[in-house]
Ligand binder design. Structure first.
Ligand SMILES: [Zn+2]
Length: 106
């Protein structure tokens, strides 16, 4: 699971529901991250089952919840498999700008 950054003190938190530094309640952020993890897994399951429109939707939702390299690659893949080449290209360009801006693969 991804680290949750506290919106108050900016501390990275691996465990919740309270921030390790300032004790702010981060339970909603942890719930959202858990939902995103489920959504990514559901997108992969739907992809494996050949349900491309549904997989594409779940990938889009996961990317909306929190964008990172994983969600963008998944979203690009579901778009490619649906022959949405322009959409896949946009995902690729967004991923390239994300990785060059952060200097990492996140
Ligand atoms: Zn905090």
């Amino acid at each position: 699971m991804a680290l949750i950054r506290c919106p108050l003190c900016k501390a990275e938190n691996a465990d919740g529901p309270a921030c390790r530094r300032c004790k702010a309640d981060l339970s909603l952020l942890f719930d959202l991250e858990e939902q995103r993890t489920w959504t990514v897994a559901e997108a992969w399951r739907l992809l494996a089952a050949g349900q491309l429109p549904e997989a594409n939707w779940q990938a889009q939702v996961a990317d909306w919840m929190r964008r990172d390299g994983e969600s963008l690659r998944l979203f690009a893949l579901t778009r490619l498999l649906r022959s949405d080449f322009a959409g896949a290209w946009i995902c690729y360009q967004t991923l390239a700008s994300l990785t060059s801006a952060s200097g990492s693969n996140r």
